[in-house]
Design a binder for this molecule. Structure first.
Ligand SMILES: *Cc1c(COP(=O)(O)O)cnc(C)c1O
Length: 219
């Protein structure tokens, strides 16, 4: 079986220019994260606040921790002191909670707006038409300790590549539109996982979140 270093190398070789890689380490032990770290990986994604906080405490400070999973407002406090990017902002009340905790920690927390794009099952996220008003509220300084950096989305869990492509291309179009209308820099479009990152990159992703193709499947 390939090592983590080999799998990372193979995935990095496929990344299109300007695409960064989040190694999704949720449920995986610190030893495996350390192995990826030693192979040069610096960005790791987790979906549970307390698990991320425990791993942060156990691993090198150079790691950038990204929250990628649904985050409850009462859990923001566990990650607010150190999280580098929250991909999964899916409600205004979560944005308010992040604002509050970021201010307490005297920092600005980078966030992505999660957009609901999957047609086949219920996933968290804002509707496309809600995104621009939210960006406008944030640029009016309603959330001074939050820096919105772009959008995130998850495609349907399906074998239908055409459907996945349509969902990603729809999100990419929304991303270009809100970038133009808001005038904000919005450098990040986070889309693509182990099963669909190639399609996501072809459709304009700038950040892919890959777990099982690096660390093996999760039980
Ligand atoms: C688990 C997860 C991933 C990674 O999934 P893989 O299929 O293991 O690559 C990416 N994004 C989110 C939001 C996830 O929860």
């Amino acid at each position: 079986m390939d090592t983590i270093a080999k799998r990372l190398e193979a995935i990095r070789a496929e990344l299109l220019p300007g695409v960064s890689l989040v190694a999704v380490s949720k449920t995986k032990p610190v030893e495996m994260i350390q192995e990826a770290y030693e192979a040069g990986q610096r960005i790791f994604g987790e979906n549970r606040a307390q698990e991320m906080a425990a791993k942060f405490a156990a691993l090198p400070n150079e790691i950038e921790w990204h929250m990628i999973g649904h985050l409850q407002t009462n859990k923001v406090k566990y990650i607010a002191p150190f999280v580098s990017l929250i991909h999964s902002v899916d409600s205004e009340s979560l944005l308010e909670a992040i604002q509050k905790e970021a201010q307490k920690n005297n920092r600005v927390i980078a966030c992505l707006i999660q957009v609901y794009i999957a047609t086949e099952e219920s996933k968290h996220g804002f509707l496309p038409e809600q995104v621009l008003p939210l960006l406008e509220a944030s640029s009016r300084n309603r959330f001074p300790n939050v820096a919105i950096q772009g959008l995130m989305g998850m495609a349907s869990f399906t074998e239908d590549d055409q459907l996945i492509r349509r969902e990603f291309s729809g999100l990419a179009k929304l991303y270009r539109e809100v970038k133009a209308s808001s005038g904000l820099p919005l450098p990040i479009l986070s889309m693509g996982m182990s099963g669909d990152y190639r399609i996501a990159m072809e459709e304009g992703s700038t950040m892919v979140r890959i777990g099982s193709s690096i660390f093996g499947s999760r039980s």
